[in-house]
Design a protein around this ligand. Structure first.
Ligand SMILES: Cc1cc2nc3c(=O)[nH]c(=O)nc-3n(C[C@H](O)[C@H](O)[C@H](O)COP(=O)(O)OP(=O)(O)OC[C@H]3O[C@@H](n4cnc5c(N)ncnc54)[C@H](O)[C@@H]3O)c2cc1C
Length: 596
């Protein structure tokens, strides 16, 4: 048996995993296990910015940020957690700067900030400049900075090892089993604590901004082991993905003044969000685009609209809206600004669409983007095993895979990067403290037996259906039936289809029979995870008979605070599922109707 012993193992090397590693490794012996080379993690694709009420360009307060987060999350946010996040964000962004993160600067040398959807001056209700950014490569810079810090601190990395099983003994975490992708060998990591930072699962959908690796492995394994997942019905569709490809066009484009235009040439957000217009929260804009298309106002009768950042168009609307710079002069953009502030976006459009955003509008449609739900945790990253906040000893999680819940029913742009660093750090510290208090538990007997049996089963068929075919069918039904708008009928059809696909999965055939880099086998295992998560997503969506944030039910169009101001927990119980509920922590902000 390939055996390793550490105080703690962190699974995932994105922003959350690296921040946890940086802090945990100050006082514990830590390994980071990642199926990707660390700097290929999806955090590196984050474009627009990280939100913090630095107030560098205009008045701002962390309490305003917290209110926007709660309102953006349609009041399903736990307000104690949102307070921590928004307050800590200010110091942590400065900490990242001191680690060497090359933020863009204002003329007087401060960190520059841009407006982003749903972030407002709470008094005037107008967009506020809160997103700190490094061009449109903010996540890339965070990832590189944190990785360098981890290397400096001698954190041990196990790159291209795929987590497959969590080991439990004596009622607490005892380590993990991972698959070494290069050799096909199993490795046991014996540890007092395990930290999940494996990111989201956008690959359940056909049109998505998410990387191929985002298949929800950790939550699916936990679900199969009898642990609950929280708020799985809430998955965010980002309004502006490149048409048919899903590649993200950052909200930063609209932060710089870009506007959404329908097939009739109208700036339709004036109708749906008269105050904040193109910078309303993502759920609101995705629904508006969907409605414009459904009512025949897509471009050329097709299922897309335009995102327009051409300087002459943007400047016309900036003037109409009376937008000014901090010094009071009228706000304008030039072609050179676009090249400087949005270089990657300009590049993507030219490369993938043959569209030059300086001269032409960009065709866009909503794209599956972000998991609000996930592994339930407290504000120190401890995994919770029930709705009464009982922790799993030695189990931790943070980042997109976790549900603290700071995003409630809909996440605001720039708030994921904040979540990663704030709760990655808190979780890392709490985990190191835990490791210093407990002894290493014994390993369960025959620790790799479960994974061996699972892999043998996947390799057992000598003919059958390829995983790619089932995956495509799953992604299509999730896109058509479990998307921006949902109904009982759409969801019931999806449930039937996903269950049928799960049955067909028994006949899946892995054609690569080798050991080294057997991506066919690994993708098949990942499909198993995605089918499990698809089923719980549909069940949770069917169960919640109201519309809130990213979960819009056409047959229950109203938010229902009397019955549904609560988090949902779902457990897999053999072939059955059961639900539990947890009250939302309300603080300063009583639920109100959301008006933008
Ligand atoms: C295109 C795009 C743009 C975005 N822009 C922004 C933005 O501007 N601002 C913002 O706040 N948010 C943004 N987001 C959201 C944000 O980037 C993500 O939510 C966040 O980066 C997730 O970070 P993470 O650390 O949780 O996981 P990730 O960065 O996704 O990393 C996951 C890690 O887990 C590892 N892993 C997964 N499964 C396994 C396994 N089975 N075994 C071993 N390792 C595993 C992977 O190797 C990887 O290292 C964007 C997202 C996308 C897709």
């Amino acid at each position: 048996m390939n055996y390793h012993k550490f105080d703690a193992v962190i699974i995932g090397a994105g922003g959350a995993g690296l921040m946890a590693a940086l802090y945990a490794s100050k006082s514990a012996n830590v390994a980071v296990v990642s199926k990707l080379y660390p700097t290929r993690s999806h955090t590196g694709a984050a474009q627009g910015g990280i939100g913090a009420a630095l107030g560098n360009l205009e008045e701002d307060h962390w309490e305003w940020h917290a209110f926007d987060t709660v309102k953006g999350g349609d009041y399903l946010v736990d307000q104690d957690a949102a307070d921590i996040m928004c307050k800590d964000a200010v110091d942590i962004v400065l900490e990242l700067e001191h680690m060497g993160l090359p933020f863009d600067r204002t003329a007087d040398g401060k960190i520059s900030q841009r407006p982003f959807g749903g972030h407002t001056n709470n008094v005037t209700k107008q967009p506020v400049r809160r997103a700190a950014h490094a061009a449109d490569r903010t996540g890339h810079m965070i990832l590189q900075t944190l990785y360098q810090q981890c290397i400096k601190q001698d954190v041990q990395f196990f790159d291209e090892y795929q987590f497959m099983d969590l080991l439990i003994s004596e009622g607490r975490v005892a380590g993990i089993v991972a698959y070494h992708i290069d050799s096909g060998e199993l490795h046991v990591f014996h540890a007092k604590a395990v930290f999940f930072a494996t990111g989201g699962w956008g690959r359940l959908w056909n049109i998505t901004s998410n990387a191929h690796s985002l298949t929800g492995d950790a939550p699916a394994v936990l679900l199969r082991k009898g642990y609950p997942l929280e708020d799985m019905e809430f998955f965010q569709f980002h309004p502006t993905g490149i048409y048919k490809m899903g590649i993200l066009i950052t909200e930063g484009v609209r932060g710089e003044g870009g506007v959404l235009i329908n097939g009739k040439g109208e700036r339709f957000m004036l109708k749906y969000a008269p105050t904040i217009k193109d910078l309303a929260s993502r759920d609101v804009i995705s629904r508006a685009i969907y409605l414009e298309i459904a009512e025949g106002r897509g471009v050329n009768g097709q299922d897309y609209v335009y995102l327009d950042v051409r300087p002459e168009v943007v400047n016309k609307y900036l003037a109409e809206d009376g937008k000014t710079n901090p010094d009071g002069s009228p706000r304008r953009i030039t072609a050179a600004d676009i090249e400087k502030k949005l270089p990657d976006i300009a590049d993507f459009c030219r490369t993938y669409l043959d569209v030059d955003p300086i001269k032409q509008p960009m065709p866009i449609q909503p794209t599956a983007h972000y998991a609000m739900g996930g592994i339930p945790t407290d504000v120190d990253g401890r995994i919770l095993v029930d709705a009464s906040n009982t922790p799993l000893p030695g189990g931790f999680a943070a980042g997109e895979v976790a549900c603290v819940s700071v995003h409630g029913a809909n996440r605001l742009g720039t708030n994921s990067l904040v979540d990663l660093v704030v709760f990655g750090k808190r979780g890392g510290i709490a985990m190191a403290e835990y490791c210093n208090q407990v002894e290493l538990p014994p390993l369960p007997e025959n620790p790799t037996a479960g994974v061996q049996a699972e892999l043998a089963q996947l390799m057992a068929n000598t003919q059958g259906v390829p995983a790619a075919k089932l995956r495509k069918a799953m992604q299509e039904v999730m896109m058509m039936n479990v998307g921006v708008f949902r109904t009982d009928q759409l969801l019931s059809e999806a449930l039937e289809k996903v269950r049928e696909l799960r049955k067909q999965f028994a006949h899946v055939y892995v054609s690569d029979r080798g050991k080294r880099f057997n991506t066919d086998l690994l993708e098949t295992w990942e499909l198993h995870n995605m089918l499990d998560l698809a089923e719980v997503t549909v069940l949770a969506a069917l169960n919640r008979t109201e519309s809130r944030g990213g979960h819009a039910r056409d047959d229950y169009p109203q938010r229902d605070d009397v019955n549904w101001l609560k988090h949902s927990f779902i457990w897999q119980d053999g072939d059955n599922y059961r639900f539990g509920y947890k009250p939302v922590t309300i603080g300063r902000y009583q639920p109100q109707a959301r008006v933008y």
